[in-house]
Design a protein around this ligand. Structure first.
Ligand code: ZN
Length: 307
């Protein structure tokens, strides 16, 4: 297994490329260093738990508190938590209350992961349970004091019903997880996997822009180079473009996910580019397909509920 590659991206802020399954440039965890406190935002899948724990172990004596701050519990973000807490007792896990029970008993999370990700879930690893006493629930407005820095939890559902983002102040960095989009080659790809909700997603985008972050840090992948509002606008435009394309297909009676996906790929060259990336990134495999299928599911269920 490859090592975690750590890069300084700001004052007391580091990007850790977890490189699960030797795939680099796909899963970024962020390490924030406050006075006596260290935070890892989204420690990643179980497949890279050992290397990350080793990295943290060396810092353990220097900090009074270590937090694992989860934006949400999808196994590519949270799968490492059970192992890390076991290896390094005393580590605390920040998560929205709706996600907490699935860390304590990951059996339903694991079943859902197998259904959505198939073999990829097995490669990323089955999460181990997290002891409830290690969990600190965070809701909209919860502030974690890091000594000189503050981490504000902001409820940002849409990608998943329990998604929170974190604003680090100063310096105004927003850890957005999957709530805005994947970021590759300067483009924004909303992560519209099942069970996506467009109205919640759009209101979360508004919420995040109102916070006026200076920078946005996403999970897949890295710190966004564009101005935050440009990135968010791109994500919004992309969502609307996909909805337009899929609704056009639905109006012609096309609703088979495979066909819808291939048709959208033909029309959207940016998506076709992301599809090409998947060939070099095993952990990214099927990601564009899952996004389009998730959005299709959302549009179909909206249609059937309005009938
Ligand atoms: Zn996710």
């Amino acid at each position: 297994m490859g090592a975690v590659r750590v890069e300084r991206v700001g004052e007391g802020l580091y990007l850790a490329d977890l490189g699960p399954l030797d795939t680099y440039g796909w899963m970024s965890a962020y390490i924030v260093i406050g006075t006596n406190t260290l935070v890892v935002v989204d420690p990643g899948p179980r497949a890279s738990a050992g290397t990350l724990a080793k990295l943290l172990e060396s810092s353990l004596s220097k900090f009074e508190k270590i937090y694992l701050a989860l934006t949400h519990i999808h196994i590519d973000h949270s799968g490492a938590v059970g192992d890390i807490v076991k290896l390094l007792p005393g580590v605390r896990v920040l998560v929205h209350p709706r996600g907490a029970k699935h860390l304590v008993d990951p059996s339903r999370l694991w079943q859902a992961s197998l259904e959505v990700l198939g073999d990829l879930a097995k490669d990323l690893g089955e999460p181990k349970p997290t002891p409830p006493e290690a969990i600190v629930p965070v809701e909209d407005g919860t502030v974690i004091d890091l000594g000189g820095l503050k981490l504000l939890a902001v409820y940002t559902p849409g990608h998943s019903p329990h998604h929170v983002s974190y604003l680090l102040e100063p310096p105004g960095v927003l850890f957005a997880g999957d709530s805005i989009a994947n970021y590759f080659n300067g483009r924004a790809y909303p992560v519209t996997v099942h069970p996506f909700s467009a109205p919640e997603y759009l209101s979360s985008l508004r919420r995040m822009i109102e916070l006026r972050p200076n920078r946005i840090a996403v999970s897949h992948y890295g710190i966004v180079a564009d101005a935050p509002e440009v990135f968010v606008q791109r994500a919004k435009d992309k969502l609307h473009a996909w909805i337009y394309l899929i609704e056009k297909l639905l109006s012609r009676g096309v609703q088979d996910p495979e066909t819808v996906y291939l048709e959208v790929l033909k029309e959207d060259l940016e998506l076709a580019y992301a599809k090409n990336l998947e060939d070099s990134m095993p952990t990214f495999r099927g990601s564009t397909y899952r996004a389009i299928k998730g959005l299709l599911n959302y549009l179909l269920s909206k249609e059937s509920s309005s009938r």
